[in-house]
Design a binder for this molecule. Structure first.
Ligand SMILES: Nc1ncnc2c1ncn2[C@@H]1O[C@H](COP(=O)(O)OP(=O)(O)OP(=O)(O)O)[C@@H](O)[C@H]1O
Ligand SMILES: [Mg+2]
Length: 456
């Protein structure tokens, strides 16, 4: 990143000296001879860091600091203060200055300060970009994802949603099956009618039957009044049957009939009811295996599975991880009234290289706990649960069958970086690539490339 710095000081010698020294560090430097001129330049935009004297004619450094803080709170301001006026500097820090330097200036210290401030700024900028990308990536109100496998899922959703076809959503636990069901309903012409959800595993078989189809008064002990079932409630809308793999044979037969004829009777009732319901079901079981075992009816399977949406596990769409992190961080920071600026690089690497057996749900919980644990406004490795902190798996890198070559390369780099605790020299050495190549790759992966954790 090419940074633009603004130096504001009324003393020409200091101004020029600072500018020359910072230019040697390869920054773009502009100067201003007083506060007013400095503010005019700043207002034009694209300044990444400001170094300003405090005592100046016209607009003072304090005032400039305040204005910058209001206009662009993310831009670090380093203040310069004369000998014996440290109180002013402390006051400036209170008003949001990044740090201060006393005159006569130690240029090495300045160089270090600027470097550190800009590293943070770069991370913050990347984070902001991710948030913007996130906004754009929200295909369906709540679902995040821009990776190729998710684009395929979104595509299927948008094609099947307008139809009445039954949808079977499959995938491991925590991949987002319920969100897919929500999206199918939301994007369908039924969106203003009911979306009724039934968690099939949560109810005993007899209860499930009356829950789905309703019952007549006196149908069984305790049935003191007629009750309408979920099928009736979902009329003209969508019925979502979660954990469909758990229902027993008796109910499977009844479901099959509703799917074939759109007709059923309440438990203990004679009257045949007709409904217009769009059925969406989900399971993390392999129903084909259940059919082999004889626990799931094949005919029902084909009725449910008119369109299958397989939601891929998180480890097969790692490109979405940075977006998930940004989104969950914002959500939980807001919820907990915290300001979290970003996640440091080692932590990001650990989050990236982990296998996420619990998928998006596990990632979401992990970010929530990290936000809660985080003491400052940067999440570090220490804020992660132990399973993630020690995710080195004794010198092995596991890559799932079906992972693309590009994705595999990323996993190898991130795992190595994580095992080397963020040390890039060692990582480059182990992988036998140049540091420049490593830096370039990290930038491509959207992993902030700073030297902060170097040789840590
Ligand atoms: N693409 C996504 N965007 C945002 N949040 C997601 C996404 N996928 C999953 N989540 C979040 O992850 C959590 C788990 O999602 P969900 O309950 O839909 O998973 P599931 O596949 O139904 O899991 P299970 O099989 O255990 O029921 C939820 O908090 C959900 O909001
Ligand atoms: Mg679910």
């Amino acid at each position: 990143m090419n940074f633009k710095l603004l130096v504001v000081d009324d003393e020409k010698n200091i101004r020029d000296g600072l500018a020359a020294s910072l230019r040697m560090d390869k920054y773009d430097v502009e100067t201003a001879a007083d506060g007013n001129e400095g503010w005019k330049r700043f207002e034009k935009g694209d300044i990444d860091l400001v170094i300003t004297d405090l005592k100046m004619p016209g607009l003072s450094g304090e005032e400039l600091l305040k204005r910058i803080g209001m206009e662009s709170p993310g831009v670090p301001v380093i203040v310069l203060t004369g000998h014996g006026t440290v109180e002013n500097a402390v006051e400036a820090m209170r008003n949001g200055a990044y740090d201060f330097l006393t005159k006569p200036l130690n240029l090495d210290r300045l160089s270090l300060l600027v470097k550190r401030a800009l590293q943070n700024r770069e991370l913050a900028i990347r984070h902001k970009r991710l948030e913007e990308e996130l906004e754009r990536s929200r295909q369906f109100k709540t679902m995040i994802g821009t990776s190729a496998p998710m684009m395929k899922v979104f595509d299927t959703i948008s094609r099947v949603a307008p139809t009445k076809a039954s949808v079977l959503i499959t995938g491991e636990s925590g991949v987002g099956k319920e969100l897919v069901a929500d999206a199918v309903h939301e994007m369908s012409p039924r969106k203003n009618k009911a979306l009724i959800k039934v968690h099939c595993a949560a109810l005993a078989s007899s209860l499930l039957e009356s829950e789905l189809f309703g019952h007549e008064k006196g149908a069984f002990t305790g049935a003191s009044a007629r009750k309408r079932g979920r099928f009736e409630l979902a009329n003209e809308g969508t019925l979502f049957l979660d954990e469909i793999g758990e229902i027993d044979q008796n109910i499977q037969i009844k479901l099959l009939r509703v799917l074939q004829e759109r007709k059923f009777e309440r438990v203990g009732g004679e009257e045949t009811l007709e409904v217009d319901v769009r059925l969406v079901a989900a399971t993390n079981k392999n129903l084909k295996e259940e059919i082999e075992k004889g626990t799931f009816r094949e005919d029902l399977y084909y009725r449910l599975n008119v369109v299958n949406i397989e939601v891929p596990p998180l480890r097969e769409r790692k490109d979405d991880i940075p977006l998930f992190i940004a989104s969950f961080m914002k959500e939980f920071a807001d919820e907990n009234g915290k300001t979290i600026e970003h996640i440091d690089e080692r932590c990001r690497a650990a989050l990236y290289s982990y296998g996420w057996p619990g998928n998006v749900r596990e990632l979401r919980n992990c970010i929530e706990s990290a936000v809660v644990m985080c003491k400052g406004n940067i999440i570090t490795l220490n804020d992660l649960p132990p399973t993630l902190r020690n995710n080195s798996d004794e010198g092995w890198i596991k890559i799932h069958m079906g992972t693309s070559l590009a994705e595999s390369e990323k996993i190898i780099i991130m795992d190595t970086l994580s095992a080397q605790k963020g040390n890039k020299s060692k990582t480059a050495e182990i992988l036998n690539i140049g540091r420049k190549t490593l830096h370039r790759k990290l930038a491509e992966f959207n992993i902030a490339d700073s030297d902060e954790t170097e040789e840590a």
